[in-house]
Design a protein around this ligand. Structure first.
Ligand SMILES: Nc1nc2c(ncn2[C@@H]2O[C@H](COP(=O)(O)OP(=O)(O)O)[C@@H](O)[C@H]2O)c(=O)[nH]1
Ligand SMILES: [Mg+2]
Length: 353
């Protein structure tokens, strides 16, 4: 059966049909149904299995109240997370959240007292030095959440400059993401355009300056260039409606980009499916589309391939044509509908443009 025929046959996936299916299962089915030789299928399916066995480990750190919990709640479907108890007393302060292949390590807030901070920092160092089964470092990425409204970021600079960077060394630029949360209150709530859920020009300028000054402070101390992303995790006040995040898609884009290609699919099944969370961004880039591309770089959704009528699989890693992937994502697949839904709408091939 040719790929073209299959595409026609499956043009309108039933809404909700794939509600609880894992992206790995869906890709398995797509590969199985491709019009290619059995030998080629086996090759691609075994690559998929390799990916399925990979886990992505993300460590979250920051000062108390910066918004680590709010950030992971906004990004991921934390309600289904399995919470782990540390077996190693030397890293006992760190909580493990398991979302299928996505593992989040939440560290306690720093900056409350010196003695506690010392213990937490020691645990972070231990965790960063852990090696996974395949011999690579366990932690793929460290996200440091800073409070953009705070005048005193000393605790965070200490963490980044004196703990994280020395442990990660030359890799630090690639493996640390600095995120400035609470952008909405960075000027005491002034200049936040609540109606459009974004900063006005003055606040935006302020946030950009803040990001630059954080970058400078890190560069001066360590020589490394880390560019902070400012965002807003969203929050809920008593009696008020939930406020939507800002620049969360941008943050996710940078998280995915910083993750090894063969592990990126691990995020997909557990994204927060609240579409509003992914709606408000600075629009400097189409982050949704860019994130989509990043997700599927390992799967073979090379954008170029799409225009080639889906027939030429070329050297794509998993060899699933982009058109099919666009349809999986834009169609009835539950977990990511909130994220990709409005990107594709009914035009499944849009992603390929
Ligand atoms: N205004 C505002 N408040 C936030 C934001 N993110 C978190 N908060 C609030 O900041 C407080 C601390 O957040 P939390 O996620 O518990 O911080 P954690 O200690 O780092 O885990 C909570 O009251 C949140 O509602 C944000 O983007 N804007
Ligand atoms: Mg917390």
């Amino acid at each position: 059966m040719s790929i073209e025929k299959r595409e026609v046959a499956k043009l309108e996936p039933e809404a909700g049909a794939d509600e609880r299916r894992s992206i790995y299962d869906i890709l398995e089915e797509e590969i199985t149904n491709l019009g290619i030789s059995d030998a080629e299928k086996v090759k691609r399916l075994s690559k998929l299995l390799q990916m399925r066995n990979k886990r992505v480990n993300v460590l979250l750190a920051g000062a108390t109240g910066a918004g680590k919990s709010s950030t992971v709640n906004a990004l991921f479907n934390m309600e289904v997370a399995k919470v782990g108890v540390g077996v190693d007393p030397e890293t006992a302060t760190i909580t493990k959240y398991e979302l299928d292949n996505l593992i989040l390590w939440d560290t306690p807030g720093l900056g409350d007292d010196v003695k506690t901070d010392k213990k937490i920092k020691k645990d972070i160092v231990k965790k960063l030095n852990e090696i996974s089964d395949d011999g690579s470092p366990l932690i793929d990425l460290v996200i440091v959440i800073l409070d953009a409204s705070s005048k005193d970021l000393g605790t965070s600079y200490d963490l980044i400059n004196n703990v994280l960077i020395p442990v990660l060394g030359a890799e630090a630029e690639k493996r640390i993401l600095v995120a400035l949360n609470q952008s909405d209150v960075a000027m005491k709530g002034n200049h936040w355009d609540a109606e459009n859920n974004k900063p006005d020009e003055i606040l935006q300028k302020h946030l950009e300056e803040k990001a630059t000054s954080v970058r400078k402070r890190i560069a001066e101390a360590t020589g490394l260039k880390l560019s902070p992303i400012y965002f807003c995790a969203g929050y809920k006040e008593d009696g008020q409606p939930q406020r939507a995040p800002y620049n969360l898609t941008k943050l996710l884009y940078h998280i995915v980009k910083a993750t090894p290609k063969d592990k990126r699919l691990a995020f997909i099944d557990n994204l927060n499916d609240e579409e509003e969370n992914w709606t408000y961004d600075d629009r400097k880039k189409d982050y949704r589309k860019e994130t989509f591309k990043s997700f599927f770089q390992s799967v073979g959704s090379s954008i170029r391939e799409c225009s080639q009528n889906g027939g030429n699989i070329g050297d794509m890693i998993l060899g699933v044509p982009g058109k099919l992937i666009g349809r999986i994502m834009g169609g009835g697949y539950g977990a990511v509908r909130g994220f990709f839904g409005s990107l594709f709408g009914k035009r499944y091939d849009k992603a390929c443009e």
